[in-house]
Design a protein. Structure first.
Length: 219
């Protein structure tokens, strides 16, 4: 069973989300503020954090950045009232993995939760000077570990597994999030690809305009 930490100060929304997630057989702890979230993280291990952006004792972006700086790589799904690209970039730059805009559909949230909790079988993929370990969820470039978010990890793994083959945007989105491809924001994928290129180098992920992306070992 996956353990989820839900950080949300709206009691009505918090109780509703907790009930819904528990019906899906997730174990859910709740925190109405950052202070309570920190306390929960100090005493339990979680598979996912669902994090509201605006909280009574701080903002979710800063809290997320603090967790990442401290070496915490738990997937983080933001709940935000704003869906413009600047907010997407802020969340991803802080170390977040995905976001859902309020008001949201419950099925949308569940699809994002399932995607972030999805894991691959244990294996190591080597290509283009990178080593991707699906057991430890780590990426090494020239022998040195580089930080990637869980969503970036999934994108990288899919592209490397399909070395030299064009992976369409639709196929990529379906494999990262929902099997049916529902509730996917195309801008979010573009931001993830851009951030991933900054971390591993711009030469490996080739854009096939109007179609998708292709991984190339040589740069």
């Amino acid at each position: 069973m996956s353990n989820i930490l839900l950080v949300e100060d709206d009691a009505f929304l918090r109780d509703g989300l907790k009930e819904m997630l528990e019906k899906e057989d997730y174990a859910v702890d709740v925190a109405p503020c950052i202070a309570d979230a920190k306390e929960a993280l100090s005493s339990a291990i979680y598979s996912l954090i669902i994090l509201d952006v605006m909280l009574p004792d701080g903002d979710g972006f800063s809290f997320c950045a603090e967790l990442r700086t401290g070496g915490n790589n738990i997937p983080i799904l933001f709940l935000t009232a704003c869906d413009d690209e600047i907010q997407i970039v802020r969340g991803l730059d802080a170390g977040g993995d995905d976001y859902v805009t309020k008001p949201f559909k419950m099925l949308e949230l569940l699809s994002r939760v399932r995607a972030l909790l999805r894991r691959n079988t244990n294996s190591v993929y080597n290509a283009g000077g990178l080593a991707v370990d699906t057991n430890t969820m780590t990426v090494k470039k020239d022998g040195k570990i580089i930080f990637v978010t869980p969503t970036e990890f999934q994108i990288l793994l899919i592209l490397m597994r399909n070395n030299g083959v064009i992976v369409t945007r639709n196929i990529l989105l379906q494999n990262i999030w929902d099997d049916a491809g529902n509730f996917i924001d195309d801008n979010t994928l573009s931001v993830h690809i851009s951030r991933l290129r900054e971390k591993i180098g711009t030469g490996h992920i080739k854009t096939v305009r109007g179609v998708g992306y292709r991984w190339e070992d040589a740069v």
